[in-house]
Design a protein around this ligand. Sequence first.
Ligand code: BGC
Length: 444
Amino acid sequence: MKFKHLAILSALLLLMGIFMAACGSETETDAGEADTENEAEAPASEAPAEGKKPLEIFSWWTGAGEEAGLLALIELFEEKHPDVEVINAAVAGGAGTNAQAVLASRMQGDDPPGTFQIHGGAALNTGWAAAGKMEPLNDLYEEQGWYDKFPEDLIELVTSDGDIYSVPVNIHRSNVLWYNVAIFEEHGLTPPTTFDEFFAVAEALQEAGVTPLALGDREPWTASHLLESVMLGKLGAEKYNQLWTGELKFDSLEFTDVMETFSQMLDYVNDDHAARNWQDASQMVANGDAAMNVMGDWAAGYFATDLNLEPNKDFGWVAPPGTEGMFMVVTDTFGLPKGVEDPEVVKDFLRVLGSVEGQDVFNPLKGSIPARVDADVSKYNEYGQQTIEEFKKSTLTPSLAHNSAAPAGFVQQFNQAVNIFVSSRNVDQFIQTVQAAQDEHINQ
Ligand code: BGC
């Protein structure tokens, strides 16, 4: 069981974390000079046309290739169910920065949307599932013959105490280093696969006047996102996983080494990182304003779907240093909350989302690979096809930054500490803070 550590995480602490997030929901600041599409207001919820049954779909997909995937899926669903009108209740903000807080207050107020985006792993299992707020979907899996259509490890990520609580629409990879092909060619450089190579390449680029690494940490999760790849690359999958069971401490020598490496990498990021969001940073690589960026493969959706860039021509990718053969999993899933008005309509949507057709309409636009094992590979671009193959042979690990590895209360404290670290570079202080968070949320 590759993800067995996820099962022991505490529901109560997660809910406290989510509640705190809801109370302290972030206020956006002005910034981000490039594409701020993802910061747009959520589409207004409208009443459905007369005679139509409403279905409210809640997510944080409002731009940058993300919305295109969602809209294609909604279109397919409405074609198949003309008696239903979807209300797209997306809330802007990368990685659910704002959406998760809005969702928490709705769930706590017994006003759940018809269905909502939630990451497989800790977010679902020790969160809303453990709180008794979700309906089990075992019957739906049986009816649709899904048990052998999704990888076992993935079903495990959406299972708690033997019950399945959601349907994965995709698999995203968190550990990807994107690079601008033209910049690397022009400077005669090879994309780095080890930390030594990374620093040599970054130094050469810096000397040539090119920003080596793009970062956009206006929403703090993006710095944690970069750091989780450094953790995986330095520690390896086994030790990385031990952080979430408490077997490896943050105040260990191994983790000090991680933080020193991370700090050194931060010497090569753009000066205006705190003013940018994730797609603003990805756009720097697309435009040739920076050479590299570490981001999940929703960036592939942004590059190919929104910016019309060609894989392996305009943008390239490798696993970030030291993570070759490892796949940090982020899976977007949807379930059936308890107390919704029309559970059958929600199930109809889940049937479409879990079908080959549904997955193949959504994922090629989104940059993710299908969660199903029998999707039509020919529908995916070079990046997607390669990733489908790599998923099958990689060692899988859950993403911390995307709430799959540890309780929300821990992730929140970790993000805050990383945010401070990016400017302070104080390794001892960071380690002290996250060790306390591990003691509080994980080592019980
Ligand atoms: C989600 C992706 C999304 C990304 C940026 C991740 O947490 O899993 O679907 O594209 O955040 O918003």
